[in-house]
Design a protein around this ligand. Structure first.
Ligand SMILES: [Zn+2]
Length: 262
């Protein structure tokens, strides 16, 4: 059965100086990952001390006062993650998410075509690491957004199990090899993982001295205002992300904590 761990220290720096802000777990995530559905507390429940209305799963947004990292206190285990990302953006996933987040199906149709800036990513990587011939897109879903898909050998590892697009090849975890890739891509993955430090250590295991790592996380404007008179209210996550990184010290704190301790 899927389960959760409640974080009591910072996922990035290990600090214990955390501020907690009450929130609710997005109902799509609660339902798909954990099987928890909202309930309507009705008059006929005859609960003497509860108000009627819809009850969602409560959680906390945590803020590390040491390194400024912001994250959901609920950390999913492997089974919950498998539930959440199985057949990612497939029919069943989309139908359930559209039920809780009307309009998602339409948004998803656009997402399936790709993120639209792969050429910019390739230009950036090519500028510092020319001659990329082998790529591992870790958490790359179908490979639709994998850089260099049309001119390099591209492998995808992802827990979604989705079919990969032409030009990419899916690898199982057992097939991942140290030093077999000129480039490892970790794009829009770190913020979804229950333990980003562990994930960075895992990815580093497949690198050697000649491997480049491309790391990309969303720049969530909303959360960047944290500490400037704004604090999170309501939901603690955006989409299915359970952490929010911003450029600079939050991400680098995580990186310093994990990558070079391998
Ligand atoms: Zn911290």
């Amino acid at each position: 059965m899927a389960s959760i761990h409640i974080a009591d220290r910072c996922l990035c720096c290990g600090g214990e100086q955390l501020s907690a802000f009450p929130a609710v777990l997005m109902p799509f995530v609660a339902h798909r990952a954990l099987g928890w559905q909202p309930v309507r507390i009705a008059e006929d429940w005859q609960m003497a001390h509860l108000q009627t209305g819809i009850a969602y799963s409560v959680c906390n947004t945590l803020y590390c006062r040491d390194c400024h990292f912001v994250f959901l206190d609920m950390r999913f285990d492997g089974e919950a993650m498998a539930n959440l990302y199985r057949d990612y953006r497939g029919d069943e996933y989309v139908a359930l998410r559209d039920h809780y987040e009307p309009g998602y199906a339409q948004r998803n149709a656009g997402l399936l075509d790709g993120m639209g800036y792969v050429d910019k990513v390739e230009d950036f990587i090519g500028g510092v690491a020319p001659g990329i011939a082998t790529v591992l897109d870790y958490g790359g879903d179908t490979g639709i957004n994998s850089p260099f898909r049309h001119r390099a050998e591209v492998f995808v590892y992802d827990i979604s199990g989705c079919e990969v697009v032409d030009g990419a090849r899916r690898l199982s975890r057992d097939e991942l090899r140290r030093g077999a890739y000129d480039l490892i891509v970790l794009s829009n993955v770190l913020e979804h993982d229950p333990d980003p430090e562990r994930l960075l250590r895992e990815v580093c295991r497949y690198m050697d001295g000649g491997t480049h790592l491309y790391l990309e996380v969303p720049a969530e404007q909303l959360f960047m205002r944290f500490g400037e008179g704004w604090t999170p209210r309501g939901t603690s996550i955006i989409g299915t992300s359970t952490s929010t990184f911003s450029p600079g010290r939050r991400c680098s704190a995580c990186w310093r904590g994990a990558a070079w301790r391998r």
